[in-house]
Design a protein around this ligand. Structure first.
Ligand code: UD1
Ligand code: CA
Length: 436
């Protein structure tokens, strides 16, 4: 038995962090043409949630191990996560084998390597930071993250000795009857002092019931090699949940949403009906804003204080809404900046737009931002105090000057100056006794 982690806490300097994310698995149970880790929650792939958590936990570089349809994952990662690279694992021979693919990339790295999975999008940067801090304070070489589950079936079990030190991990299929009773499971996340453990990846064995090269063997190997091995129990076990099926994908979506709604409410946002409201965790909302039912907010947005959003509003991302704005029913907003005290209250589409303050956007106003022949998107600019009548189409690119006034039913294709009236309506005709 190795020298177990001492209970006294040592002060330690924060070592640099790099991360390896295992994402080569096929995800058979998703029944999909798409690699599992590219399935989305709030428009963001599972692997991207994990990568964002690592970035926020100050990981210097993330190495994603890809296999099944690797080009698709590689393409996404290179476009969206500049600090990350992909390394291919051609054959999926096990989790230990997967990490060994990153060996040459990490070779001389003096620091800690986090090992995470690409299909656990609920893990937060806060928990990763605490995990790393625990590892550092204990001066550990290997720390495994665990959770206590009522139903541990299927997971690797954390086996502790009489001194409560982690002695090994035994996979479900390799467990004896006594081990099957253990409720502490391996969450599949590790923090490793790379220089101390890199030798493990040259000694991988596959003499187990699945003939796989198990990463979990690193615990016993560490103990046998007199390294300091420790276990960190994550209280909030739902952060460790992996996604293997569409049902679990929907559950993870709900968990992520509920978590964010609670957080918003704790910070002064009123959510009238949380069970009918979806708000991406990447959306910030100021205090005293009220979100009415059946509102769906996707992607990254910033909403100010004292706004009213919904019912039935749809924000599609990249929106900034200043304070005291009303976005009402059946309004869709995308990639737009809306300044304070503006109302867009009914049945409108506003995309690729800049809307000033104190603007009134009438019911049924549409910004026609997309040309489906040229595939181009163009901007609409509406300056402060403009007033737009009902059922107006603003054909972009177009700009309305300050306090411009647009008559109902107009199709505006040219700029309208400050204080001017823009009107494209045909004069009304009246044909006497037409019905007779
Ligand atoms: C693994 C752990 C188990 C733990 C569980 C937590 C091992 C041997 N077992 O089991 O102790 O309780 O995770 O969820 O590590 N992967 C690759 N390449 C491979 C094999 C796997 O990239 O060759 C990836 C998978 O895509 C997945 C992750 O590694 O993201 C975990 O692999 P999986 O086969 O799901 O491991 P489990 O059997 O769940
Ligand atoms: Ca798994």
């Amino acid at each position: 038995m190795s020298e177990c982690v001492k209970s006294q806490i040592k002060a330690s300097v924060m070592a640099p962090i790099k991360t390896v994310i295992l994402a080569a698995g096929k995800g058979t149970r998703m029944k999909s043409e798409k690699p599992k880790v590219l399935h989305e929650i709030f428009n963001k792939p599972l692997v991207s949630w994990v990568l964002s958590a690592c970035e926020d936990a100050n990981s210097l570089e993330n190495i994603v191990i890809v296999g099944h349809k690797s080009e698709m994952v590689q393409d996404f990662v290179s476009k969206n996560h500049p600090k990350s690279i992909c390394v291919e694992q051609k054959e999926q021979l096990g989790t230990g084998h997967a990490v060994s693919m990153a060996k040459s990339e990490l070779n001389n790295f003096e620091g800690n390597v986090l090992i995470l999975c690409g299909d656990t999008p609920l893990i937060t940067s806060m928990s990763l930071k605490k995990f790393i801090e625990f590892h550092n304070k204990n001066d550990a070489d290997v720390t495994v993250m665990s959770a206590i589950l009522e139903n541990p079936f299927g997971y690797g079990r954390i086996i502790r000795d009489e001194k409560n030190c982690v002695s090994e991990i035994v996979e479900q299929k390799d467990c004896n009857d006594l081990q099957k009773e253990v409720k502490e499971i391996n969450a599949g996340m590790y923090c490793l002092n790379w220089q101390k453990v890199k030798g493990f990846f040259d000694s991988l064995q596959n003499n187990n019931s699945q003939n796989e090269y198990y990463l979990t063997d690193i615990i016993k190997w560490g103990n046998d090699n007199k390294l300091k091995v420790s276990g960190y129990v994550l209280e909030n076990y739902d952060e460790t949940l992996g996604i293997n099926s569409r049902v679990q994908l929907a559950e993870a979506f709900k968990t992520m949403n509920d978590r964010h709604l609670n957080n918003l409410m704790e910070n002064g946002v009123t959510i009238v009906s949380p069970e009918n409201t979806q708000i991406s965790p990447e959306t910030e909302i100021g205090a005293d804003t009220v979100i009415f039912p059946n509102t769906f907010i996707n992607g990254k947005n910033k909403i100010g204080k004292n706004c009213k959003i919904g019912p039935f509003a749809h924000l599609r991302g990249d929106c900034v809404i200043e304070d005291n704005v009303k976005i009402g029913n059946f309004v869709e907003l995308k990639k737009s900046y809306v300044k304070s005290y503006t109302n867009i209250c009914h049945l409108s589409y506003v995309g690729d737009s800049e809307v000033g303050s104190n603007v009134n956007v009438g019911a049924g106003t549409i910004t026609a931002n997309y040309n489906s022949i040229t595939k181009e998107k163009k901007k609409t600019i509406i300056n402060d105090g403009a007033s737009i009548g009902s059922n107006v189409v603003l054909v972009a690119p177009v700009e309305l000057g300050e306090k411009a006034f647009i008559g109902a039913g107009s199709v505006i294709t040219k700029d309208v100056g400050a204080n001017a009236l823009g009107l494209t309506r045909n004069p009304q005709r009246e044909i006497k006794n037409y019905v007779k």
